[in-house]
Design a binder for this molecule. Structure first.
Ligand SMILES: C[S@@+](CC[C@H](N)C(=O)[O-])C[C@H]1O[C@@H](n2cnc3c(N)ncnc32)[C@H](O)[C@@H]1O
Length: 244
């Protein structure tokens, strides 16, 4: 790694060490946290956010589909989709953070079928139902996560799929390890939970899941727990209200 890359990483690590600012509403805190990182976001998160390409494979995005990503960040999923992105009828990228959306808009400029939308994932709805919705390391940053997953299912066509990849607290993890992970991630506004995966499975039980561990940049030996989930909406319309 070059000295320039190391210096850029050091700036990101410094921001993460400072944590997410506590002042302002949710959108303002996201902007204050991510704006100084936006230029180097993709290179650093490539080594931190694992399983994102696997999730897209499992979603089986095909020609003519309408696709939504909630909490899209810089829109780097477009790169991971590769030629599949060009075959979609539409791809709508939704996020609340203007600094990351500015990077997403630059990416989207190369695609005729991509729309970038500044909105809250818990409330935004597309004009027409879609085939695929996914969240990649976004659910843990959305305070209203239960409303968000219900909102995501509500935008799916019957037979459509919801995909999520994110860090979590595994049911198999020790209480001490889970407490440490929770505190460590919470510093940056990432709220790890043992409730996300069970809630997804209650909402769309016809699902594929995988629980894994991921290495962390500059922290050899540490492996953070994360999961992948792909659920399919039933062929008939269903009630998407969720129960705890
Ligand atoms: C860790 S980043 C992941 C970004 C991207 N999905 C990726 O895989 O690189 C989490 C993203 O969720 C977004 N986010 C947090 N709360 C949100 C909300 N209520 N509505 C929309 N986006 C939100 C943040 O702005 C940020 O871009």
């Amino acid at each position: 790694m070059s000295l320039i890359s190391l210096a850029a990483d050091a700036r990101i690590l410094w921001r993460m060490a400072c944590g997410q600012p506590r002042r302002g509403d949710h959108a303002a805190r996201l902007q204050a946290f991510y704006a100084p990182q936006a230029g180097r976001y993709d290179a650093f998160r490539e080594r931190l956010l694992h399983g994102r390409a696997d999730l897209l494979d499992r979603l089986e995005i095909a020609e003519g589909m309408r696709v939504v990503e909630l909490g899209c960040g810089t829109g780097s999923s477009l790169d991971r989709m590769g030629p599949r992105s060009g075959c979609c009828a539409s791809i709508q990228l939704v996020d609340l953070c203007p600094a990351l959306l500015a990077v997403a808009r630059k990416r989207a400029a190369a695609h005729r079928n991509v729309e970038v939308i500044e909105a809250d994932a818990a409330r935004w709805q597309p004009a027409v139902a879609v085939d695929r919705v996914f969240l990649s390391y976004a659910l843990t940053m959305i305070p209203d996560w239960e409303t968000t997953i219900a909102n995501a299912v509500a935008m799916l066509k019957p037979g459509g799929r919801l995909g999520v990849v994110d860090f979590h607290l595994p049911s198999t993890g020790s209480a001490l390890a889970n407490r440490l992970w929770r505190r460590w991630f919470a510093h940056d506004g990432v709220q790890l939970s043992d409730a996300h995966l069970p809630a997804l499975l209650r909402l769309l039980p016809e699902a594929w899941t995988d629980e894994r561990r991921a290495s962390l940049p500059y922290l050899p030996g540490l492996q953070a727990p994360y999961y992948l989930y792909v659920g399919q909406r039933g062929a008939v319309a269903q009630d998407v209200s969720i129960t705890r």
